[in-house]
Design a protein around this ligand. Structure first.
Ligand SMILES: Cc1cc2nc3c(=O)[nH]c(=O)nc-3n(C[C@H](O)[C@H](O)[C@H](O)COP(=O)(O)OP(=O)(O)OC[C@H]3O[C@@H](n4cnc5c(N)ncnc54)[C@H](O)[C@@H]3O)c2cc1C
Length: 439
């Protein structure tokens, strides 16, 4: 059956999570005409960017690309808010809508010499404190043994980032530039035809499909990226893998929480978010407060990733009992480290679900033009994918890099060039040609 061809678009962005929305916003800023297609409705629920909290942190080795991505995102967020506030005298978009500044706590084991050495405490530009054993108690109120090293990072806008609020503000920015965001639009096929792409789009409400033609396209479909590209860039199936991860939300029961003294509460807030670099890579952060002011913490473990037999079903799958048992125990253990001696029965589970990562083999994301079957580089299709567990903090920088690739915009700074190269097409070409990645 011949499908209706809508029209030739200038640029189409596929996927309305943090990455696609950010790319569409950056292109809008550059004055481009863009259409953003998202398969869900405007009530975003099934994607890696779902939720209200992610750790945003800067500390890293010298010339670290991830620190650069975080810092660039902070600067780009300021630009976004400046634009939105300029639209009306009544507009009051604030950085605090998106970032909660607080110390970021890291826990290492002394045996992780390599990681600790990489942080280059001497000459480190970000403000930090470091201690182990008894000294950690005096500095941070944390009881750790001599084999553990606690590091706290202090930097404005390091702490937590709210993806939901950021996506909403970027959407507003895109629309105010006169661009289009189409929800309930699922891309089911992408075909290259000469100098343009033909994209088949299904309206998930009516079930009807249409064809959009476009000269340029950005694919930012999160965990769906590899399957969406299976015909046009099949190698991504081996390079980007979707994994599920438990997220559980806990609070201390009201009575016990109210019995905590001022010092204990202070320590509780100052030591979240936390990212433990040992074993299961426990992370925890303040997600929100309940109606009575009791904090609810989001808990997970980066090393407890599971495979996904059915990507469409996983969003509604119930987490396993053993996973919840682990997260509760890990939360209680951490509270004990903070000298907040609560028992397991005083902890309440408020919510739990699986969130999905797309992880690259090297754990480093891609923002890259695709390589065609003929092994040529096609700069008219850019992929943002394999964002792993640190995508959110750099989202506006990833979006900008994608827009820069597409429009041939460049920045001369060394760190920009280093980042572009680490995520970009040179690396992709290497990986596609490596026997290890070929199998
Ligand atoms: C448990 C967990 C903890 C994390 N913690 C942190 C953290 O502390 N700090 C940090 O910086 N990052 C963290 N991250 C990573 C960060 O959240 C992700 O890297 C980021 O949200 C990825 O965004 P995305 O846009 O690539 O993917 P998504 O948010 O999944 O967006 C992809 C979008 O594409 C849409 N889509 C897919 N297929 C199609 C199609 N065919 N047609 C149209 N639309 C389509 C989807 O519906 C979805 O909305 C964490 C991630 C997880 C899962």
């Amino acid at each position: 059956m011949q499908l209706k061809i809508i029209k030739m678009e200038n640029i189409v962005v596929i996927g309305g999570g943090l990455m696609g929305t950010s790319a569409a916003w950056q292109l809008s800023q550059y004055g481009e005409k863009v259409v953003l297609l998202e398969q869900q409705n405007s009530n975003y629920k099934e994607g890696s960017s779902f939720g209200k909290s992610r750790i945003a942190r800067s500390l890293g080795p010298k010339k670290d690309i991830f620190s650069f991505l975080h810092r660039t995102t902070v600067e780009e967020t300021k630009k976004l808010l400046h634009f939105l506030n300029g639209l009306s005298p009544k507009a009051k978009h604030k950085m605090s809508d998106i970032y909660s500044t607080s110390p970021v706590t890291y826990i290492y084991n002394k045996s992780q010499e390599q990681e600790l050495k990489q942080l280059r405490f001497k000459g480190q530009k970000d403000k930090f404190k470091k201690a182990s054993g008894d000294k950690a108690f005096r500095k941070f109120g944390m009881t750790v043994d001599d084999s553990q090293v606690v590091v706290q990072e202090y930097r404005k806008y390091s702490g937590t980032l709210n993806p939901k609020a950021l996506i909403k503000k970027m959407q507003l920015g895109i629309k105010k530039h006169g661009n289009t965001i189409s929800f309930n639009r699922q891309v089911t096929r992408i075909v290259k035809k000469g100098h343009y792409y033909e994209i088949k789009v299904r309206n998930t409400k009516t079930g009807k499909s249409k064809i959009i033609q476009t000269r340029k396209v950005i694919v930012a479909a999160g965990p769906y990226t590899s399957s969406l590209l299976k015909k046009i860039a099949p190698y991504f199936k081996r390079l980007i893998i979707a994994k599920r991860l438990l997220l559980s939300f806990y609070k201390i029961n009201k009575k016990t929480y109210q019995q905590l003294n001022k010092e204990q509460r202070k320590v509780l807030f100052k030591t979240h978010p936390v990212f433990d670099q040992q074993d299961e890579m426990y992370f925890a952060m303040l997600d929100k407060k309940d109606k009575q002011g009791v904090p609810i913490f989001k808990i997970g473990g980066h090393q407890l990733r599971g495979n996904i037999p059915n990507l469409d079903a996983v969003w509604r799958q119930k987490p396993l009992k053993k996973e919840l048992k682990w997260s509760k125990k890990a939360f209680v253990n951490y509270l004990r480290m903070l000298e907040i001696p609560v028992r397991k029965k005083e902890i309440i589970l408020t919510k739990r679900y699986y969130c999905i990562y797309s992880v690259s083999r090297t754990k480093i994301p891609y923002v890259t033009p695709v390589i065609t079957k003929e092994k040529t580089i096609d700069k008219n299709m850019i992929v943002i994918g394999g964002m792993s567990g640190t995508g959110a903090k750099g989202c506006l920088a990833y979006g900008r890099l994608a827009a820069d690739w597409l429009l041939n915009v460049n920045e001369n700074s060394k760190i920009y060039q280093k980042t572009k190269k680490s995520l970009g097409v040179e690396r992709l070409m290497n990986e596609v040609n490596k026997p290890f990645f070929k199998k």
